[in-house]
Design a protein around this ligand. Structure first.
Ligand code: IPD
Ligand code: CA
Ligand code: CA
Length: 256
């Protein structure tokens, strides 16, 4: 039932994104002039929430635009109705719906749907990860020096040791292929599918990472914070890899 509702809600959100894509829609700014929210984010969120509430009216909700709707339930839906809003607003089809389900503080299911590439990623704890129903697995790349990486940048950050620009500069100087797609949920799923060997980002919110986190783990990868502790979506820093290059990437991000 939980899985069916997750799939239904994710599809409902994706359908709304398709309806708005490349059309004309209202765009507003949030924390900075380029931290955007569009009509599509809000309408997708409405469709997702109503799909969940049809079956589970009492579940706890943490959703990017609606915020925290707390209930006594031990099941929390962690929702990004549109991850990659800047891409979406520019007609770049690298964006998705991302929904994670947490039970008793543990993410047990996740779905990420990019309707523009017809890619639906799903994982359930202990059951593996899939792309459009087919099992996926992280890459077998043995060393960082030959890895293809992806990262993202927050809308704002503090200058500090190993901040996003410093780390980015370090990899570029080494000549490592390092991409920036603009959707953390897609970045994570593409690590899970073996397209990228590793992903790191300095400042994500729970709705960016919850679903992708379990999808990477269930595809055989490893996800931690910048200290190497098992990842929790309720803190901001993330490193996700095929597992093999994890320690190397962790050390490189930390300037060691
Ligand atoms: C953003 C994207 C981006 C990441 C940012 C996120 P949004 O989410 O995931 O890739 O670099 O940190 O905030 O604003 O498009 O939902
Ligand atoms: Ca996001
Ligand atoms: Ca978003």
């Amino acid at each position: 039932m939980l899985k069916a509702t997750l799939l239904k809600a994710t599809e409902a959100g994706g359908k709304i994104l398709q309806q708005y894509f490349n059309g004309s829609f209202q765009i507003d700014s949030k924390s900075t002039v380029n931290d955007l929210v569009t009509e599509a984010d809000k309408q997708a969120e409405t469709a997702i929430l109503s799909a969940i509430r049809e079956t589970y009216p009492d579940h706890y909700i943490l959703s990017e635009e609606a915020g925290e709707i707390s209930t006594p339930s031990n099941t929390k839906w962690i929702i990004d109705p549109l991850d990659g809003t800047v891409n979406f607003a520019h007609g770049i089809p690298l964006c998705c719906v991302s929904i994670g389900v947490e039970v008793d503080g543990e993410v047990i299911m996740g779905a990420v749907y990019n309707p523009f590439m017809n890619e639906f990623f799903f994982a359930e704890k202990g059951q593996g990860a899939t792309l459009n129903g087919q099992p996926i697995r992280v890459s077998a790349k043995p060393e960082l020096a030959k890895a293809c990486l992806v990262t993202g940048f927050p809308y704002t950050w503090e200058d500090e040791p190993n901040d996003p620009v410093v780390v980015f500069g370090r990899f570029i100087r080494q000549g490592l292929p390092l991409r920036r797609l603009g959707s953390a949920a897609i970045d994570l799923c593409w690590v899970a599918a073996g397209r990228f060997d590793g992903f790191y980002e300095h400042k994500l919110n729970a709705w960016d990472s919850a679903a992708g986190f379990i999808i990477v783990e269930e595809a055989g990868g490893k996800v931690t914070d910048f200290k190497g502790n098992r990842f929790s979506p309720h803190q901001k820093k993330i490193i996700a890899t095929n597992g093999i290059i994890h320690d190397e990437l962790l050390a490189a991000v930390n300037g060691k």
